[in-house]
Design a binder for this molecule. Structure first.
Ligand code: SF4
Ligand code: SF4
Length: 89
């Protein structure tokens, strides 16, 4: 299971990672990332992470770090087709 860390000191609470993550959002039963009431992004359930690294790539503050990614992640499709068009910013 990947270990996802959000550095709160860097996060500006833009919510982009939550919006772009294919495994997060209101339409996902067990979202990986959630925007907490205090405005900070929290890792809710890392088990759903498919290690696409979209959140890492698009975080404007380089606030997300993922370690321990599963080798199976190498077989994942490219990050771009996995992102719903409606979520592109
Ligand atoms: S994309 Fe980065 S800065 Fe924006 S909410 Fe997510 S972790 Fe914070
Ligand atoms: S690596 Fe992909 S699936 Fe995992 S939290 Fe980031 S955007 Fe979501």
């Amino acid at each position: 299971m990947p270990e996802i860390r959000v550095v709160s000191e860097r996060c500006v609470a833009c919510g982009d990672c939550v919006s772009l993550c294919p495994q997060s959002g209101s339409d996902v039963a067990l979202p990986v990332l959630v925007l907490a009431e205090n405005g900070q992004v929290e890792v809710a359930d890392p088990r759903g992470c498919i290690c696409c690294f979209t959140c890492v790539e698009f975080c404007r503050s380089a606030a997300i770090m993922i370690t321990g990614a599963l080798p199976a992640a190498e077989g994942q499709p490219d990050v771009y087709p996995t992102r719903p068009v409606s979520r592109i910013i």
